[in-house]
Design a protein around this ligand. Structure first.
Ligand SMILES: Nc1ncnc2c1ncn2[C@@H]1O[C@H](COP(=O)(O)OP(=O)(O)O)[C@@H](O)[C@H]1O
Ligand SMILES: [Mg+2]
Length: 159
């Protein structure tokens, strides 16, 4: 579902990707949210996710969930962040064995969400990253009322 709300940006370098992650984190809903990160290999999905987790206070190594499919991070304040990378998933049904329930308050950052179709919670935001010259382009679609409000707040989240 798209609510019609969309944001498009040019990200000239990895620092711009990280700055976008911080803006998204500042404006994110308190009650948890689901973000689908689309884009080819090298488009910057992990860069965005890592910077986002850092901004939320995750310290130490942010591991790549390439083989584990999911890495979970407790957040300061008691909530949780889930970072998924479904590139190597064989079947969306594998997600059911990970014991991920759609717990309230959790932030889901999901790379390759199309590979988990049918077994993932619905997105609030869908982020589409693409290589554009030396930088990246990004389109963010709001996919729920929560996502639409979130995009609306983004403009206010100056850093
Ligand atoms: N806005 C950007 N401009 C240029 N390079 C970027 C940008 N964002 C990320 N990168 C670089 O792209 C490379 C791949 O990023 P990564 O986040 O691993 O991609 P993905 O997870 O989509 O495969 C990294 O070297 C990263 O520093
Ligand atoms: Mg990645």
């Amino acid at each position: 579902m798209s609510t019609g709300a969309t944001l498009r940006l040019q990200l000239d370098d990895p620092a711009a990707t990280a700055a976008l992650a911080a803006r998204l984190a500042v404006a994110q809903p308190r009650g948890g949210a689901v973000v689908h990160l689309h884009g080819d290999l090298g488009a910057g999905k992990s860069t965005l996710a890592r910077a986002w987790l850092r901004h939320l206070g995750v310290e130490g190594t942010v591991r790549s969930p390439t083989y584990t499919l999911v890495e979970r991070y407790p957040l300061p304040g008691g909530n949780e962040a889930l970072h998924l990378d479904l590139y190597r998933i064989g079947d969306p049904g594998e997600l059911e064995f990970l014991g991920l329930d759609e717990s309230a308050g959790a932030l889901w950052l999901v790379e390759w969400p199309q590979r988990g179709a049918g077994a993932l919670p619905a997105a609030d935001l869908a982020v589409y990253l693409a290589i554009a010259g030396d930088g990246r382009s990004v389109r963010i679609d709001a996919c729920s009322p929560t996502g639409r409000d979130w995009l609306g707040r983004l403009g206010d989240a100056h850093l």
